[in-house]
Write a protein that binds this ligand. Structure first.
Ligand SMILES: O=C(O)CCC(=O)C(=O)O
Ligand SMILES: [Fe+2]
Length: 562
């Protein structure tokens, strides 16, 4: 589905206003005034760097149109920011300074692990690997998998030492210092640096040898086409031993197994090494493996290394999940690599800056007393994220969502509408880059709904049929993407619930009760795999709302038939 970006600019022509039938909000005592937009998660690893490449032949023309529009769009965002913030350039500088300082501090955490020599001085890569491609007509590489059984990144001795140290730490509850945010039943984690420091000092030399001889040369080989490696030195900023214990997860009736939801990691490159083979399910699902056609592709399978000691690697910005391990125990060692520039003015690569800008936004914005200033802070951060990595779809997504939030508090209706249009255009740029992000499709549909109601308020009119078809297409797309993930064993239940309820509510508001029922019926059969208590509560509330709405639709339909 390709959308016409220019059309969005032209939707405000003067003609009859379109009004949504307000049946639900008028007649039903449901607390459905809120819609569920989906924010990026705030955990340590929620950040993003661009996907490896971004081109398809059918998109070529759109891309070139898009380039002109992006420039125009960014200019408009800059004009908006300059009108709201007195000293934009100064603010930007201080944000970047703060981000770079955190980066420098984080690098100390794993400093006992060696960093890579510059590429020209480093060893030649000897590890064979294959590329894994996105699921589209003109696929682009999204990951690699090592392919030669005789060349593991870690040998059995190293694997044994790592697992043994992790188990020792897990037995000692006092020693578990976790920065890991996916504290789900059945999941365990240990920082490799803690294991090397507190449990088995030999791990330092084991890991450093693997890094120097195999891992860094491999990474430099794999990513040389994608990242400018000139004067770049890689370094571990964190590394985790993760255990997914399916038996324990099942005890808590978490039927999808032990896993991690979709996320991005901080840093630049993630290397995911398999430590054992005795489990069912599991593996790493990359969002871009999903089908972007409006079908569920049954052939998509999560990536698994060829055996213990072997690896899968991807840019940390590729959105991915740990698919539920359904039987046994799955152990992995994940290394998150960042980098510094040796000879440049700025030591921090722009990819790293973008990732950190996005991950720090929430924290920085909470420092402001007023909601207005907090939203401006978010817009500024995401604008900077798009500046450092213009290809980053998620940066555009967040920029769009923060602009949308500004539009909602803008009192001047006409200005609000203009800002909303800017927001939607950012979201559409994001969609071009990340067509398989189900949250994004939901948020676009929702934003079109917001646009319609704002247009009504300000007396402007929008082609209702065009809008309706976009809203429905984006909700359908969101549902389909979530459905694919769910089928593969990746926990998207929260996002799936959001999209389902929003879509059902939209249909019900159009008096399309049969359609609404079809959508909402999912709530009668689906299971919730909430990640933490807060989400659990929110999800329960959503489910109740949805079931109430479903009942209302059924009742209304029966009354109509009578
Ligand atoms: O389970 C997996 O393979 C994914 C692990 C992962 O993404 C992470 O630890 O950040
Ligand atoms: Fe990850």
């Amino acid at each position: 589905m390709h959308l016409d970006y220019l059309l969005i600019l032209g939707v405000c022509a003067e003609s009859a206003a379109f009004s949504i039938n307000g049946l639900i909000s008028k007649n039903v005592a449901l607390s459905l005034s809120h819609s569920y937009s989906i924010r990026g998660s705030s955990h340590l690893r929620s950040s993003s760097i661009p996907s490896m490449q971004y081109e398809t032949s059918t998109q070529t023309k759109l891309n070139s149109d898009l380039n002109i529009n992006i420039q125009n769009l960014i200019e408009k965002v800059d004009i908006f920011l300059a009108g709201k913030i007195g000293s934009v350039e100064q603010e930007k500088e201080s944000i970047v300074k703060r981000i770079d300082e955190i980066h420098a501090k984080d690098l100390e955490f794993c400093s006992p692990f060696i960093s890579s020599k510059l590429r020209k001085d480093s060893k030649q890569n000897s590890i064979s690997y294959e590329r894994i491609y996105s699921n589209e007509e003109n696929p682009h590489p999204i990951a690699i998998r090592t392919t030669d059984v005789t060349q593991p990144l870690l040998d059995p001795y190293a694997i044994h030492a790592i697992r043994d140290a992790a188990e020792t730490q897990w037995r000692d509850k006092n020693k578990s210092s976790s920065r890991f945010t996916y504290q789900r039943k059945g999941n365990y984690e240990a920082h490799l640096i803690d294991l090397a420091t507190n449990v088995n000092p030999e791990l330092l030399s084991i890991v450093n040898t693997a890094l120097e001889d195999r891992i860094y040369p491999l990474v430099q080989d794999v990513y040389s086409d994608i990242i400018d490696l000139e004067d770049l030195s890689f370094q571990i900023y964190d590394s985790l031993v993760i255990r997914y214990n399916a038996t324990e997860a099942k005890l808590f009736s978490n039927t999808i197994g032990a896993g991690q939801p979709l996320h991005r990691d901080l840093g630049i490159v993630s290397v995911n090494i398999m430590l054992n083979e005795e489990f069912e399910g599991g593996g790493t699902l990359l969002e871009n493996q999903l089908s972007r056609n409006d079908v569920v592709d049954e052939s998509v399978e999560p990536l698994k290394p060829i055996g213990a000691g072997h690896a899968v690697s991807h840019l940390s910005s590729e959105r991915h999940a740990g698919v539920g391990t359904t039987d046994g125990v799955r152990d992995i060692l994940v290394m998150f690599l960042t980098a510094t520039r040796k000879n440049a003015d700025s030591k921090v690569p722009s990819l790293e800056r973008t990732a950190r800008l996005k991950s720090m936004t929430r924290k920085h914005s909470l420092e402001f007393g007023s909601n207005h200033d907090a939203i401006l802070c978010r817009i500024l951060h995401h604008r900077l994220a798009t500046k450092y990595t213009p290809t980053d779809g998620e940066a555009y997504q967040y920029l769009g969502m923060s602009l949308r939030d500004y539009a909602k508090i803008e009192e001047n209706q006409s200005h609000a509408l203009d800002i909303m249009l800017l927001a939607i255009r950012c979201l559409l740029v994001a969609f071009e880059r990340n067509p398989c992000d189900g949250r994004l499709s939901n948020n676009i549909a929702l934003s079109y709904e917001n646009l319609l109601s704002m247009a009504n308020k300000s007396g402007k009119s929008i082609d209702p049929i065009e809008m309706d078809s976009r809203i429905v297409s984006f909700y359908r797309r969101a549902m389909l993407l979530h459905q694919q993930c769910d089928k593969i064993g990746c926990d998207v239940s929260f996002d799936f619930d959001c999209a389902t309820l929003n879509f059902g509510l939209y249909e019900a508001n159009q008096d399309l009760f049969v359609e609404a029922i079809n959508v909402l019926e999912r709530f009668e059969s689906s299971v919730s795999y909430a990640t933490n208590e807060e989400r659990n509560e929110q999800q329960d509330r959503m489910r109740n709302d949805a079931l109430g709405l479903l009942e209302f639709c059924r009742r209304t339909l029966t009354n109509k038939i009578r």
